[in-house]
Write a protein that binds this ligand. Structure first.
Ligand SMILES: [Zn+2]
Length: 77
């Protein structure tokens, strides 16, 4: 994959999951007083899955890009 910022080759890898799911949560949602465990967002990793999510790293831009195809926010219907 080419870096969308500089156009150079990106290194393919994974973001490893831990005991809990990594989630992307919208800022508004993150500021709510509900426990974060129940907040809606995009689940990036699942502790039940062996591998993490595929991500591409650009060493020049120091950025990681994650393809979220098929992973819609859970608050959308
Ligand atoms: Zn780059």
């Amino acid at each position: 994959m080419k870096c969308p910022y500089c156009g150079e080759h990106m290194n393919r890898g994974i973001i490893q999951g831990g005991r809990f799911s990594y989630k992307w949560i919208a800022e508004e949602e993150n500021q709510s007083s509900l426990p974060k465990l129940f907040s809606k967002g995009i689940k990036l990793t699942d502790p039940l899955m062996e591998h993490g999510i595929t991500a591409f790293y650009c060493a020049d831009c120091e950025k990681i890009v994650i393809d979220l195809k098929g992973k819609r926010p859970s608050y959308r219907t």
